[in-house]
Design a protein. Structure first.
Ligand code: FMN
Length: 181
């Protein structure tokens, strides 16, 4: 099973990257094939295609689903994340997407609600379960990593269980009943 993790924040010294890296590491631990796809903060910006060894298009083409990690900015998600999402279309179709939010009090939940609408337009299937990291800066140690990752593991299990279920069911669905308009 292949489930890339897409993460975007424009801020130098961005904090929610720890959350994205945590989720990515947990996927690898479970034997899931997964690329970590991100563009760099604004001042150190290079096109995604040059930064990543494999083009985003071919990663998503062969993916069985996607996890989007979104920090919340003014009740929305960063424009940079939208830019990365908008770079593709059919590669997303009829695959599940799970969301991880990070922020202040909201834990990124409002950014995630907006992303649900966007991903439906790309014919992705947004799953109900999600992971939220409120006051994300307080959850990190001096190295910028999660201080207590074990606190989040039970929620992560529930989230991944649902995502993997959809990934398998929709893969079978795409193979058995290819969609045509
Ligand atoms: C300009 C700005 C606006 C923000 N707006 C919100 C918000 O509406 N809701 C929220 O929960 N957190 C908000 N935050 C907190 C961010 O989600 C938090 O700082 C998070 O670490 C940002 O992700 P990043 O550090 O990975 O870029 C805001 C932060 C900034 C700098």
């Amino acid at each position: 099973m292949r489930i890339p993790v897409l993460y975007g924040s424009m801020r130098e010294g961005r904090k929610s990257e720890a959350v994205a890296k945590f989720v990515h590491a947990e996927l690898l631990k479970r034997g899931i094939e997964s690329e970590y796809v991100t563009s760099e903060p604004y001042r150190d910006r290079e096109p995604l295609e040059r930064k990543h060894p494999e083009p985003w298009k071919s990663i998503m083409e062969s993916a069985d689903g996607l996890i989007v990690v979104a920090p919340e900015y003014n009740h929305g998600y960063p424009g940079q994340l939208k830019e990365m999402i908008d770079a593709l279309t059919i590669e997303y179709n009829y695959k599940p997407v799970g969301f991880v939010g990070a922020g202040g009090y909201s834990g990124g939940s409002r950014a995630v609600e907006q992303l649900r609408q966007v991903m439906i337009e790309l014919r992705m299937v947004p799953i109900r379960e999600a992971l939220y990291f409120p006051m994300v800066w307080e959850l990190l140690n001096d190295k910028g990593e999660l201080k207590n990752p074990e606190l989040f593991l039970p929620r992560l299990e529930t989230f991944l269980k649902e995502l993997f279920w959809y990934a398998e069911a929709l893969k079978e669905g795409r193979e058995k009943h290819p969609w045509s308009k």
